[in-house]
Design a protein around this ligand. Structure first.
Ligand SMILES: [Fe+2]
Ligand SMILES: [Fe+2]
Length: 395
């Protein structure tokens, strides 16, 4: 049978209950502070003392603004006043992140949730305060670690693209320009900035499959035989195999581009003869900018084309080689594309200097390896005209 209590019994239990309640409040990790309608502190637990460095005696009877840095003091006054006058719950029963101020003046992040408490005829406010310092430190550490991983990934992608450049004897700038143009055109085509940035990283890998093409064919002086042309065209399939089945979004994107950057809008490209929107848009974008970059730069066998001739060539390719919509989006971007090209010029004396274009910053890392410097031999470009199928080198 449950124990029966009369009024006297409860009276006897009250001191014990208060002691128990105090023990519970003091065992609580979160700070608990109660204030009156004027903002004066009525009580606080030991966690508040630990969090802020004040003793309870230094806090009780003082305004709670003592625990806040200046910007929050004014805000606190106006919020409390507003609530008392209108009952509008701007900060009551709503958890939010603020800054706390310790006795030594240092500031730290706090999660605070304030509730209204009615005691007899008095209105009090109790705030639960949770120190977010450790959480914020962990968040910062995680962010720094993920940023470092992200940068390492981008650097590895860049170096992978440079490996193709080494092997194919292109200029390091071409792959950087291709990435930058692709990002610009993708944004114009409605891609999100995040996706367009991935494309910027993926586009330079479009010719990665050339690593698997025998040197005798890749660097053959003179025209390729039909059989050699077929082997050369295999660089699309080889590139896709190298990048296949990756969980990485950027490598998946690079795989599509490697496989499809020589497909044509009219279906006369290779390796699969895909047509129209059957070709991934990423590869259609790279096809446009790769052609543009080839035309506006000097080749050993011809000087750069004048702008009018470049525009004419791109227009002639509209709907045949290139996606007509992307050509229409590309032409208004011509001056921006040329600005990007000027920022990353091929130069005879720095033919193999490499560059990283990251978030709008251009910085150079001059390759020191001897044998990488120098101009591209004429014979190394001969095969490109064949592989691109347009009579022009899309290096
Ligand atoms: Fe290619
Ligand atoms: Fe290219």
């Amino acid at each position: 049978m449950p124990p029966r209590h009369n009024a006297l019994d409860y009276g006897e239990l009250m001191p014990q209950s208060n002691a128990l309640l105090r023990a519970i409040l003091n065992a609580e990790v979160d700070g608990i502070v109660t204030i009156d309608e004027r903002g004066l502190i009525e009580s606080c637990n030991q966690s508040v003392e630990k969090l802020f460095g004040y003793s309870a005696a230094e806090l009780i009877g003082h305004n709670v603004k003592l625990l806040m840095p200046p910007p929050y003091r004014e805000e606190h006054d106006s919020h409390l006043q507003n609530y008392l006058e209108t009952g509008h719950k701007k900060i009551i029963d709503i958890g939010r992140e603020v800054l706390g101020r310790r006795k030594d003046g240092s500031v730290f992040p706090v999660f605070v949730r304030v509730s209204e408490v009615h005691m007899a005829d008095r209105r009090l406010f109790t705030g639960i305060l949770r120190d977010l310092s450790e959480l914020k430190d962990m968040e910062k550490l995680l962010w720094e670690q993920s940023r470092a991983i992200h940068e390492a990934n981008e650097d590895m992608l860049y170096r992978l693209a440079l490996a193709v450049v080494c092997h194919d004897r292109q200029t390091g700038w071409h792959i950087q320009r291709t990435g930058a143009y692709s990002e610009l055109l993708a944004i114009s085509a409605g891609w999100s900035c995040e996706q367009a940035h991935l494309l910027r990283l993926a586009a330079p890998l479009h010719d990665i499959g050339k690593i698997g093409i025998p040197d005798a064919i890749l660097h053959k002086p003179g025209a390729l035989t039909p059989e050699e042309t077929l082997v050369m065209q295999e660089h699309t399939v080889l590139g896709a195999k190298m990048l296949d089945r990756s969980m990485s979004p950027v490598l998946s994107l690079a795989r599509d581009i490697a496989l499809c950057h020589h497909e044509r809008w009219d279906g006369r490209g290779y390796p699969r003869g895909l047509a129209g929107t059957g070709i991934p848009e990423s590869a259609r974008i790279v096809a446009v900018v790769d052609m543009f970059d080839a035309l506006i730069h000097d080749r050993v066998y011809r000087p750069a084309w004048p702008e009018s001739k470049v525009i004419q060539m791109i227009l002639e390719s509209r709907g045949t080689h290139l996606d007509p919509r992307l050509v229409d989006l590309f032409l208004p971007l011509l001056s921006e594309m040329q600005t990007l090209a000027l920022a990353m010029p091929d130069s005879a004396s720095t033919e193999f200097d490499d560059a990283v274009i990251a978030d709008g910053y251009v910085w150079e890392r001059r390759a020191s390896a001897s044998g990488h410097a120098g101009t591209v031999p004429a014979e190394s470009l001969t095969h490109a005209a064949v592989s691109c199928g347009s009579g022009e080198s899309l290096a």
